[in-house]
Each structure stands twice: as structure tokens, then as C-alpha cells.
Write a protein that binds this ligand. Structure first.
Ligand code: ZN
Ligand code: ZN
Length: 162
């Protein structure tokens, strides 16, 4: 959990500012594991809430879609969200709220932004050779002797006749 005691800010006048340093990790953001979270967050007391702004550097691991090797993916999370004050259970659609005790829990926000930052098709390198579809060899590490070109079954039949 990435959370901070902001009770002093909750009691402060609108316009009051607090700077929080984040240096955590590895961290489980509910269902997403990140290697680290590093950044600076600015929290401003606004009417009825706290405005959270900042940039957090992070890194997570995915599988390369071609060779299935683990890939470290650096991500940058840009945060800008108003956390509601007033405590109570978070209402659906407004998950960002400061708890009654004055705790600011950034986990849901960081999780959401991390999911958005994951590339659709992670690659270990732009020219990853992937796996051989026939023998499964990792073509980045080894070459295999499989036929490289896919032969049309009709052409193969023709080839046998020749
Ligand atoms: Zn790869
Ligand atoms: Zn092969």
C-alpha cells in the first residue's frame, strides 16, 4: 500500500500545499506488481478535497509477445486527481477519497495509471526474432534447422510429383 498521513492537510486552509516523496517497491498494486515507485507528489488542499499531482517513475514486467521472455518495462505515471474528503466508503465511480483518519491511499490511482501504461504488445527488442513456430526455439538465441518458409500444402504436393 502506498499511503500517506495527510490529516494535517485535511485541516488546513485551501491552497495549502504538501510535497510527498515516493520511494517504494517492489509493490503490489492490488493485482499488479511493480518493481519500484519513485517520484514526487504535490498535494494541494482544495475546496472539498485534495488535488494530487505528480510524476512517478516505475517499472513492471511483462512477457515479450514474440519470444515470451520476461521484459522489464519502464513506465511513467502522470498523476492528476482530486481526492474527495469526508471519509466513509468510497462511492462507485469516485474511488479516490481520503479516509476518515486522514490517510491518502495512492494505490488505486497508481494501479489504474500503471495498467494504462502497459504497452499492448510488449517486445524485448523492436527486432525480436520470436520463437520458431515449428520447434519453439528462441530465434534470438539460436537458429534452428526448420524450414523457414511456409509451404503451401498444394505446392508441397506438387513438389513431391517433380
Ligand atoms: Zn522477444
Ligand atoms: Zn525451428
Amino acid at each position: 500500500m502506498v499511503r500517506f498521513d495527510v490529516s494535517s492537510l485535511v485541516k488546513a486552509q485551501p491552497g495549502t500545499l504538501l510535497t510527498l516523496d515516493i520511494d517504494a517497491g517492489p509493490e503490489h498494486l492490488t493485482d499488479l506488481e511493480v518493481d519500484f515507485l519513485k517520484g514526487t507528489i504535490r498535494v494541494t488542499r482544495v475546496q472539498g478535497g485534495l488535488l494530487v499531482q505528480g510524476i512517478v517513475q516505475s517499472q513492471l514486467r511483462q512477457e515479450c509477445v514474440r519470444c515470451l521472455e520476461p521484459v522489464e518495462i519502464p513506465i511513467t505515471l502522470e498523476l492528476e486527481e482530486t481526492f474527495r474528503l469526508g471519509g466513509g466508503a468510497p462511492k462507485p465511480g469516485t474511488p479516490c477519497a481520503v479516509s476518515e483518519g486522514g490517510w491518502l491511499d495512492l494505490t488505486p490511482l497508481l494501479r489504474e495509471q500503471s495498467w494504462l501504461a502497459i504497452p499492448m504488445k510488449p517486445l524485448c527488442s523492436p527486432n525480436c526474432q520470436g520463437l520458431c513456430p515449428q520447434c519453439g526455439a528462441n530465434l534470438n538465441l539460436e537458429s534452428c534447422t526448420c524450414e523457414k518458409t511456409h509451404i503451401d500444402p498444394r505446392l508441397a504436393a506438387l513438389k513431391e510429383l517433380l
